[in-house]
Every structure is written in C-alpha cells, then in structure tokens.
Design a protein around this ligand. Structure first.
Ligand code: NDP
Length: 512
C-alpha cells in the first residue's frame, strides 16, 4: 500500500487542530441537564472549549431538569462527566474552576413558576458575571418535551434579547420531528417564539472535521472539482455502519428505526455535501441554499421505487469481533415480532445536470462488520482498456469520516517485473498522522459556532423539511403496504437484498 508524505507547513499543522475562536460571554441553559446527552457530550464539549480558551472567560451554565439537585451535587456530576468523557487532557485546577460555573434549577416544564425562577437566576448571573445579556438555550430533553419548553421560554419573556447588543439563541437537538408533518409543526411552534436567525438545529455530524473536509477537498483544490460530475463519476457509495446494537435504547429505537435516525439526518447531510454546487461564499445562507437545492433535486420515491430501490433490514444473531451477539428481536425491550429497520440501503438519484444518472447508493446499519462512515466516489473506467485480460476495478476516492479520518485514492500500477501486470494500490492521507489527535469533539465545534453566531453548520427550517419530504414517501409506503425487513447476520455487511440492489446495476458494495 502506497503512502503519501504528510507534507504540511508547520504553522498550518499547529493552527489546524488548536485554532481558537473565542465565543461571546453568555449564559447557557441546558434543558434536560440530568440526561445522557448532557453527561456524555455537552458537558465534556464545554470543558474542551474552556480548556483551549474557546469559551469566553465570563460564562455560566445553568442545568435545568425535573430531578431535585443542589448546585454542589450538579457540580460534582459535571466533574464526573468531564473525567469520564472529555477527549482532552483534564487538569484538576481547570476542572474545579469549570465546575464552579455551573448552577442548577429544578423545575417542571408544565410550571410557569419554574421559568420565573429560571429567569431570576439568569438575571442574577448576568449581573454577577457580566454576561452582557447573551443567552443560549439547549434543548436536551426527549423531543416530545421541546414544544413545552419553547412555549414556556416564550411566555416567560426569555426569547427576546434584552438589548440591541445582546443575543438569545436556541439549539434544538435531533431528531427534529418524527416525520414531515411533525417537523413542520415543530418549525411552526419554534418560529412562533424565536426568529429563524436565533434557531440552531443541530446534527453533530456536521461538526466533524472530516465532514467539513468534503467541502475543503472539493472547493479548496483545483484538481478534484473538474472530475466531480456525471462525466467522470460512475456512482457514489455512502456508508454509515456501526458494530453496536440497540444497547439500552430499545424504547427509543422501536419507534424510530434507521431511516428516521440515520438516513433523514446524517446520510442526507453527506449526500448533500457531496453533491452541492460551489456556494458563492462559505457562509450560512450560501451553504444552506446550495444544500437545499440538492435535497430538492432528489428524485422522490414512489410506491414502486420504494419497493425496488429501498431495502430495510434487521440484524439477526451473529458474531461481532468473535463474540456471539443476539438478534434485534431478542434484545431487551424489543417486541419479538418487531419490524423496526436496523439497516437501510437505498439507491438515490439526483435530478440535476451535474448528477443525472449517477446513482448515490447509501446504507446504514447497526451490528455491521465494522464501524465505519465513508463517502466513496467511484470513477468511470478508462474508456479503452489497453491491458487485456486484466480485471481492473474502478478508481475510487474515499473520504473516511470515522473512525480512521482521512482520504484515500485507489488506482492501478504496474507490478514490478518482466510482465506487464497491474495491481490496485491506494494513496492514503491520515488526519491523525498529519495533525495529531483532535482535542475537540464535534459538539465543541458546534457549541462554539453557535456562541459566535455562525449558523453555517446548522440546519435551516426549509432544509430539515426538505430532508423529511424525501423520506416521507418511504415511511408512507412502509406504513401502507406493511414493511417486511430483510434479516442479516450481525457482523455482516447487510442483507442479500442490499447486494442485489447494486448487482442489478452491475455494481457491488465496497467492503471498507
Ligand atoms: P434522556 O432520556 O437522558 O433525557 C434527558 C433528560 O430529560 C432526563 O434526564 C430527564 O430529566 C428529562 N426527561 C426525560 N423524560 C422526560 C419527560 N417525559 N418529560 C420531561 N423531562 C423528561 O435523553 P438524552 O439525554 O439521551 O437525549 C436528549 C435529546 O438529545 C433527545 O432529543 C435525543 O434524541 C437527543 N440526542 C441524544 C443523543 C445521545 O447520545 N444521548 C445523541 C443525539 C441526540 P428529569 O427527569 O430530571 O427532568
């Protein structure tokens, strides 16, 4: 396997992983502060920002949830969350200072009094710590609670900035809706209280450097973009595979499934970033306009094409890393006759000049052979084969999004020796080798962006609805016709029907 030198100017390498953009002073209110997301992702991400001075010196974080807890108990849980989950080095003194910025307000989302209490606490903190009236609300409760919280924020008069110089923003966790009507309803609810410019719909996938690198690769280089179209690209494969099963989340997953959980969000983000036209600027409006155009150009599924071009699957028992694991229907909390999709593969077409007739094959699944997320651009074969009798695969450019972040290009070379024999090799760029381990999680990047008012990597109302509009005919077809899920052994690359989806077109899935 060939390897390219990571020949990067020293300053670039240093800047890239530690680039500091300091956020405005602000109060952050986390609703659902006693939960899993807060513990595993949000608190560690805020610590990472504080540790690299990307958080303003003056900040305060208010945890809000129904569980009774003192400030001291909450601060202890904050320290534990950082120790267990932070991706950066944790110094005791930094952690002590950080934890002291946390306070806790217990309250019920149905009780206006709780929001009056919250409002008073915010005012006190604002005065004590000179937070300039800036406020960031983070909805980290189960989605069913979002409308209540939004309504109470509005009623308590907490949605509008106090002065012309201060800001109020809200981050809404995914899933944003359960289907197209519920996404529209949630947009309506939230837009009744906040302006679109205040709303940050998060999909943490977009905070990953390697996802943003899709744009850097295409638009920061002159060599790829000329090839990035139907004249040179045969097809695209996008894979988001995990080895984990449903774990402790059966109650959530039984009503969600892979289509809603992964395709509507992460996979369509990757499709749109791979397929977009060059935006005129790298700003929120330009980028989101271009992403929207891709989503609107996706060929809608019909009852017939859902049957032929979408494959729902469900894992059966099998082996993961040499260990026997149970099938989905035997997981705790799952119905024995469950039809929930733990896997989806689909052939997606984009009806525009750049991508006409170039299929985007997408797949995502739990309990797959390997944990990997990648975008593979498969180029057309050479037009005339000089080397007869040699089976050559197509050239592929692979963007590895996780876990081995990088880029590789597959091509053919002559094997040394007398005979003219060709072999496939790959040229690999590794983020880790070039820049070292990242000390910043996707959540840290996005929280910092939001505190600086940069919505480029967040979704707009029309974008979220366009993604749901694409997925909705599949949900409808499954609902109306009754869905049959194709079983696949845990530890495999998915059901046979998914292989047939490509073999019908004379292609095959990559085995990353
Ligand atoms: P949890 O189930 O852990 O809930 C968060 C908190 O919300 C709980 O601690 C609880 O606090 C409160 N809560 C739970 N049920 C209710 C209810 N019926 N009414 C009012 N409050 C309730 O959720 P997560 O932290 O896992 O997720 C939060 C959000 O983030 C969800 O929308 C989820 O989809 C999303 N998300 C989560 C990810 C994760 O890794 N966990 C990843 C991506 C998105 P209390 O009882 O103290 O009020």
């Amino acid at each position: 396997m060939a390897s390219i030198t990571n020949d990067i100017a020293e300053t670039t390498a240093l800047d890239a992983r530690s680039s500091v953009a300091v956020a405005d002073p602000c109060a952050i209110v986390i609703f659902g502060a006693s939960g899993d997301l807060t513990r595993r992702k949000l608190i560690p991400a805020l610590f990472e920002l504080a540790a690299c001075q990307s958080l303003a010196r003056r900040f305060s974080i208010i945890g809000f949830a129904r569980s009774e807890m003192s400030d001291a108990a909450f601060q202890e849980s904050v320290a534990r969350a950082v120790r267990e989950n932070a991706t950066c080095h944790v110094k005791d003194e930094d952690l002590r200072n950080f934890a002291q910025s946390f306070v806790y307000v217990a309250g019920d989302y149905d009780q206006p009094d709780a929001f009056t209490k919250l409002s008073r606490r915010l005012e006190e903190l604002d005065r004590e710590r000179h937070l300039e009236g800036n406020r960031l609300y983070y909805l980290a409760t189960p989605p069913a609670v979002y409308p209540k919280v939004i309504g109470q924020i509005g009623t308590a008069g907490l949605a509008k900035p106090a002065t012309d110089h201060s800001w109020v923003r809200i981050i809404v966790e995914k899933p944003f809706g359960h289907d197209l009507p519920s996404a529209r309803k949630l947009n309506h609810t939230i837009l009744g209280v906040f302006d679109e410019t205040q709303i940050y719909r998060i999909d943490h996938f977009l905070g990953k450097d390697t996802v943003q690198n899709l744009l850097a690769l295409r638009f920061g280089n002159g060599i790829f973009e000329p090839l990035w179209n139907r004249n040179y690209v045969d097809h695209v494969q996008i894979t988001a595979a995990e080895t984990l099963g449903v774990e402790q989340r059966a109650a959530f997953y039984e009503t969600t499934g892979a289509l809603r959980d992964m395709v509507q969000s992460h996979l369509l983000q990757l499709v749109s970033l791979t397929a977009i036209e060059p935006p005129s600027n790298f700003d929120a409006t330009s980028l989101r306009n271009e992403k929207l155009k891709v989503l609107q150009a996706l060929r809608p599924f019909t009852l017939e094409t859902v049957t032929t071009n979408v494959v729902p699957g469900q894992y059966a028992e099998g082996q993961i890393n040499g260990e026997h694991v149970a099938g989905y229907r035997h997981e705790s909390g799952v119905k024995p006759d469950s039809k929930t999709d733990t896997y989806v593969a689909a052939k997606v077409l984009i009806d525009n000049w750049r991508w006409a007739d170039v299929p985007f094959y997408i797949r995502t699944g739990k309990r797959m052979a390997r944990r990997v997320t990648e975008v593979a651009i498969n180029f057309r074969r050479a037009p005339h084969l000089l080397f007869r009798g040699q089976e050559l695969d197509t050239n592929t450019l692979v963007l590895n999004i996780q876990p081995e972040e990088g880029i590789s290009v597959g091509f053919h070379v002559k094997v040394p020796g007398q005979k003219l024999r060709l072999s496939s090799v790959s040229m690999d760029f590794s983020y880790l080798a070039a820049f070292g381990a990242s000390e910043r999680s996707a959540y840290a990047t996005l929280l910092n962006d939001c505190m600086r008012g940069d919505a480029t990597l967040f979704d707009r109302a029309d974008g979220v609805e366009a993604a749901w509009a694409f997925v909705q005919p599949i949900l409808d077809a499954w609902e109306n016709k009754g869905r049959s899920v194709s079983p696949y052994p845990a530890g495999s690359w998915g059901p046979r029907e998914a292989d047939e989806l490509l073999s019908r077109d004379g292609r095959h899935w990559r085995k990353p």
